[in-house]
Every structure is written in C-alpha cells, then in structure tokens.
Design a binder for this molecule. Sequence first.
Ligand SMILES: NC(=O)c1ccc[n+]([C@@H]2O[C@H](COP(=O)([O-])OP(=O)(O)OC[C@H]3O[C@@H](n4cnc5c(N)ncnc54)[C@H](O)[C@@H]3O)[C@@H](O)[C@H]2O)c1
Length: 268
Amino acid sequence: MNICVIGCGAIGTTIARAIDEMPEIDIIYLTDRSKECATRLQERTKKVRYVPDIVPILGEIKIVVEAASQDAARYYAPLALSAGVDVLIMSVGVFQDEEFQTDTFRLAKRKGAKIFIPSGAIGGIDALCAASLDHIDEVTLTTTKPPSAFGSNPYLESKGIKASELRERTEIFFGTAREAVKHFPQNINVAATISLAGIGFEKTKIRIMCDPQVQTNEHHLKAKGKFGELDVVTRNVPSPRNPKTSYLAALSAISAIRKITGSTWVGV
Ligand SMILES: NC(=O)c1ccc[n+]([C@@H]2O[C@H](COP(=O)([O-])OP(=O)(O)OC[C@H]3O[C@@H](n4cnc5c(N)ncnc54)[C@H](O)[C@@H]3O)[C@@H](O)[C@H]2O)c1
C-alpha cells in the first residue's frame, strides 16, 4: 500500500520514520512547502519519495495523511476526497469552519472515501464518542502549557498578554471551542477533536492556562451526562522538534495508520 504524507515537521517526520518500518507500506510519498526538509527526510529513510505535487500520484495511494497546517488540510482534504482517496487529518482545528466541515464530510460520503481523525494529544475520545450517543450535559477541557508553547500569538498580543513574562499559572483564555481553535490554531487541535466527538464547537468549553512551572502539555477533559462522568488527564511530553506539539499526537497518527492497514482494531 502507498501512503502520502503532507508535512515533514514534528508530526510528519515521526510518522514517516515509523511507517518506513511497516511491511504493509510500499511507498511513502511526501510533500512539504519546504523542499529541503522533504528531501532531507527522503535521504534518511528507505521508502520516502519527495513529490512537489500530489495530483499525479493520487491514483496510486490509499490514504493522504495531513500533518502540516489548517491551510494544508483545507487544500489537500478536498483534493484527495474528490479522487476517492481517504484522508487522515491532524490539523483538526480546520473543522471549526462549519461550512468547510459540512462540505468536506458530504464530499467524503459522496465519493465513498473516509476521513480519519486520530485522538491526537488527548485520551478519552473513545469514551466521549460513545457517551455522545445519549444526552451529555457538559464537556470542559482545561489545557495547561508552558509559555514556550504559545510563541507569538496575535490574540494574546491583542489582550496585552506576554506568555514569556508570566511568572505564575494564569488563565489566558476561557470560551467556546470554536473561539479557542480560532485564536490558538496550532495549540488546541484537541478542542476540535473533542467537539467533533462530543457536543460540538459551541457547547464545548475550553480553558487555557499558561504555567511557567510545567514541562508538559496537560489536557484535563471533563464530561458529564446520561452515561455518568468522565475525568481524564493527559500529561504530554512536548515534541523536541516543536514545543507546541505533543509527542502523543504523532503516536496517535501512527496508531491510526496501523489500525487502518491492519486487521485488528482495539478501542474502535
Ligand atoms: N490533532 C492533534 O492532537 C494535534 C496535536 C499537535 C499538532 N497538531 C497539528 O498538526 C499539524 C502538524 O504539526 P507539527 O507539530 O508537525 O507542525 P510543524 O510546524 O512542526 O510542521 C509542519 C510542516 O508542514 C509544512 N506545511 C505547512 N503548511 C503547508 C502547506 N500548506 N503545504 C505544504 N506543507 C506545509 C511546514 O513547512 C512544516 O514542515 C499542525 O497543524 C498542528 O497544529 C495536531
């Protein structure tokens, strides 16, 4: 089976290296707007082949794995789905755009292709999906990250908050998942994943804390409903390549690819 990976950053590189070792995978086509980054990864792997454009190879691949950015998801997901090719999306925040979400989900259905959204950097998505089959009263996510995870952020700048100057644990955002994803597009993909699994972008509430004392990216998911209560804390080690990204996010994508290509699926 051939796979195409979009993005050779923290997640894309980890995915490409891992699936390079999988016997089920024949060729890993890789594209990135940085040709240099993609060709460097090609040199260090057996099956990776850099392609500047994925259109010519769409007929040869089973799945497009987006691990780049919301812009990339917006461009590549419809392109692949239109050709009947499945997509795995890491930049889940793109689905906070209601129109894009509706159009993309409809396109997948019409073309008989699948959209895979890995659990990413958080635990509990399986339970939340199951719980959402009956009434859920509330879903709240409290995300705590070190200042380095926020970099330069226009929303924080507009509020006069400098993450690097905070000396104690500080709430820097509270609002709906839709607003959270808009203001922190690279930090809060999990808010989008939770929204899709549970009660949507408007009802899901997000609190973002910046804490100079922590080394991990922590996600505390709480939900309450007919099923009972869910209370899950995930403390993630940041990726050494990109402190905004948790290592678990890349592992979840690799795990998803193993499920898709394998014959046993635990935690469906
Ligand atoms: N679902 C989750 O839980 C989760 C967790 C962490 C990160 N993410 C998301 O996954 C994505 C990748 O994260 P990362 O840490 O690997 O990022 P990164 O910044 O380390 O790497 C991204 C790579 O993609 C390339 N790229 C960006 N836009 C592109 C485009 N339009 N076309 C071609 N190449 C493009 C960049 O050149 C870069 O090499 C980000 O959108 C991030 O927000 C999701």
